[in-house]
Design a binder for this molecule. Structure first.
Ligand code: ARG
Length: 587
């Protein structure tokens, strides 16, 4: 389906050609002077150079051809050669009715859907989720939903950190705490217990404690390294403990991600890539891409046009141990075998950009992924506190995600209960929904690559560019629709031409849906969806303020209003679903 702006542009193009000028000059944009017109074409200025005439002559010729076109309310040539366009109300209403009757408001569904793996979440097993993991989960979930929306086959993979030193640390600490466990009895030959030898809270205590010890006690650190190696070599008792760690941890992670409305199609981790490492080393050897450097095996990845230094990618340490890059490369072999994806998108802290540059270059050089496979690094910035430094708890510790969510729920709860009397249960339920929107919108409304300041008061405000404001708008529409339905029924879904400025403004905004949403998806830019729904909400609220909707005496007009605001609701709801949150019925 054509975008609204293309319909306008096509008309201008035809006129350019008819007037004897090339159509490439007929580019139409949204007006940057909304006080003068809605759309504009500045092509006459460029065309003037080629045709050696004054721009105004070209603009005049084009405008003259379109003067009688009733799809334009006004079209005029303005010095030195601008073409200013105001669209006709029926033309606009026709388009609005068309998108209202089209799936996804006319977004172009992929004709050849792509297979896309999204690598996000990236939690580390046995370490509690902290705010650093928040952005990956929130942005990744939205990216996944956006690609799915256009009909792609999307596979979200949590890619757990489940294979590194932290496992050896935990095993070593566990041995100190509970040496009597069968896992540490070398003469034990029976089956290992089904039940984990620790709870999640014990586990959460074990890791930080072990981590601290390893920094103070060389012997402990040494033992942890040995345990890690033994685990990776397949030592059965440690594998058994490791499985317990994974199970206990994943159960807890699922709960936490569930609270964020984030879910994964795949729960793979670094450990799943381990069996592919020998294959990786073989490929690199066969292609002679690897060479020794200071005892380690590395692949050179410098490219001619590099503006900053890109160091060689280390794939094997001198002791033969694998590294982070090894694991990511092996994962790509696995992903190629399992899916042969068209695209893999990594939603990871932007401080890891160099790592991914190296990994992508090795993958392409070694043909580990297909020619067609696009490897995309979607790096995000840091979430800072009001002091501009990475977000911390009040006493300076690492903030746990659970606590952060609780804080924002409480802030919203206070607002909801301040001036209304709602039942405790409803207030709590609503705060959860609104709190999540506050959190996610606060994050997603910033361009992902930028750092941002986490500000609970601002994020949870019901006014301004916030999640709660968007939800408040949806709730307001829901309430008008419910009131309407108490006395009338919806006979048809027709929307009539706008009669007031704010009604037209709302329609103009709603008409851009397909253009903006498609563009946001192609650019992997959830913040553009946020900016759009803020615009829709403002346009709706202005219309609502200016218009007696339910008190309108003309029943046909009233129904048209109802249909218009239903469309606004539909657009807002589809967008917040793309962002990964939902609206309550009341708030
Ligand atoms: N677990 C890693 C971390 O906490 C993030 C994993 C990102 N994904 C990847 N394929 N490397 O930093």
């Amino acid at each position: 389906m054509d975008k609204f702006i293309s319909l306008i542009e096509n008309k201008i193009k035809n006129a350019f050609v008819e007037a004897g000028y090339e159509e490439k000059f007929a580019k139409v944009t949204i007006s940057n002077r909304p006080d003068l017109c809605e759309y504009q074409c500045n092509g006459a200025m460029a065309a003037a150079k080629q045709y050696k005439t004054a721009p105004i002559n070209i603009a005049n010729a084009v405008v003259e051809l379109l003067a009688k076109d009733s799809d334009f309310e006004k079209i005029e040539a303005v010095m030195p050669g601008f073409i200013n366009i105001t669209v006709g109300k029926n033309f606009l209403a026709d388009y609005i009715n068309k998108i209202n009757n089209t799936e996804k408001m006319g977004c172009a569904i992929e004709e050849t859907p792509k297979k896309i793996v999204i690598d996000y979440g990236g939690a580390n097993v046995a370490k509690p989720l902290h705010v650093g993991h928040l952005r990956s989960a929130v942005i990744g979930e939205s990216v996944k939903r956006m690609f799915k929306y256009l009909g792609n086959e999307v596979i979200g993979d949590v890619h757990l950190g489940d294979w590194g030193l932290q496992m050896g640390l935990i095993i070593t600490e566990l041995k100190e705490r509970k040496p009597e466990l069968v896992y540490f009895d070398e003469s034990f030959t029976g089956d290992y217990p089904e039940e984990a030898p620790f709870t999640i809270s014990e586990l959460e205590d074990i890791y930080p404690c072990a981590n601290k010890k390893s920094k103070e006690d060389e012997g402990f650190k040494e033992r942890a390294h040995e345990a890690t190696l033994k685990l990776q070599q397949g030592y059965a008792p440690y594998r058994a403990i490791w499985k317990h760690i994974i199970n206990v941890s994943v159960t807890d992670l699922k709960k936490n991600y569930g609270n964020l409305n984030v879910d994964f199609d795949l729960w793979k981790g670094e450990s799943d890539a381990d069996p592919y490492i020998p294959q990786l080393i073989n490929i690199l050897n066969e292609k002679s891409l690897m060479h020794e450097s200071q005892g380690a095996m590395v692949v050179d990845v410098v490219e001619e046009n590099d503006t900053k230094e890109v160091p060689p990618c280390i794939v094997q340490k001198s002791d033969g141990a694998a590294l982070y890059a090894t694991s990511d490369l092996a994962t790509l072999i696995q992903r190629k075998q399992d899916f042969d994806p068209d695209m893999v998108v990594y939603v990871v802290d932007k401080r890891q950009e160099m790592h991914f540059t190296q990994v992508f270059r090795v993958a392409k050089k070694a043909d580990i992924v297909s020619e067609k496979t696009q490897l995309v690094f979607n790096g995000f910035g840091t979430m800072n506190g009001k002091d501009g430094k990475p977000f911390k708890t009040r006493d300076g510790g690492v903030m746990r995600l659970e606590n952060l969510i609780k804080d924002i729920d409480d802030a919203v709860y206070k607002k909801i209960t301040e001036n209304r009397t709602v039942s405790e249960e409803e207030a709590r339920e609503t705060s959860k929904i609104v709190g999540l929107a506050a959190l996610k919108y606060g994050d997603l409304s910033n361009q992902a690559s930028k750092d941002y300041i986490f500000d609970i008061d601002r994020f949870s405000s019901f006014e301004g560019n916030t999640g709660p404001y968007i939800l408040y708008t949806i709730v307001r529409i829901k309430s008008i629709l419910n009131k309407y339905l108490e006395n009338s029924s919806i006979e048809d879904n027709n929307i009539l031409g706008a009669e007031s400025d704010s009604e037209k403004e709302l329609m103009m905004t709603l008409a851009k849906y397909n253009d903006i949403v498609e563009n946001a998806i192609n650019e992997i830019a959830p913040h553009k969806i946020c900016a759009y729904i803020y615009e829709v909400s403002n346009a709706f609220n202005k219309f609502y303020h200016d218009t007696k909707i339910l008190a309108c005496e003309d029943e046909k007009k009233k129904l048209s209003y109802i249909n218009l605001i239903s469309l606004a609701k539909k657009e807002l709801e589809e967008c917040i679903d793309l962002l990964g949150f939902e609206a309550p019925d009341r708030m």
